[in-house]
Write a new protein. Structure first.
Length: 157
């Protein structure tokens, strides 16, 4: 019965992820606390993930928590498929249409089709979120995001 606990398998999965991250951090060179190397943060983050995962797995061994099969009861598979397809479309159209247009379209799709929200809320939230994230990334953090080739077609200068 213990092997059917969701916490056990979730804990083992995240333990594997944590060990992998820590190992990759170790390979990148740790450095010291005063002069951390490129793997310093990854190594310690991997250890923290691993520690949390061990506690979760122990809870699963003790028999607490739901069974693995119970997690999938009532799952809305249509919505899962729609989100995956929307993210794939976002990835393909990202450079052609640009960050703002793709993000706006994705948010509107998610808030009108996948998990409907009233348009009076979904439209302003989508606009503020897309433009707000663009502003923070592009203007404050100076991250270059694709503007979209359609912008270049309109303004070739």
């Amino acid at each position: 019965m213990m092997l059917r606990r969701a916490e056990l398998w979730g804990g083992l999965f995240w333990l594997a992820v944590g060990v992998f991250v820590a190992w990759q951090g170790w390979l990148l060179e740790l450095g010291s606390l005063r002069e951390p190397g490129s793997g310093f943060v990854f190594f310690w983050l991997g250890l923290i993930i691993s520690a949390f995962a061990v506690f979760i797995a122990i809870g699963g061994v003790r028999g607490s928590g739901p069974l693995l099969g119970d997690l999938w009861q009532g799952a809305r598979w249509r919505n899962v498929l729609l989100v995956i397809l929307a993210l794939i479309a976002f990835g393909f159209l990202f450079e052609r249409l640009g960050f703002v247009i793709c993000s706006l379209a994705l948010l509107l799709f998610l808030m009108t089709v996948v998990d409907p929200v009233r348009p009076v809320l979904s439209i302003p939230i989508s606009i503020v979120a897309a433009v707000g994230v663009w502003y923070v990334l592009e203007k404050m953090l100076l991250v270059q995001l694709p503007k979209g080739s359609w912008v270049e077609d309109l303004m070739p200068f």
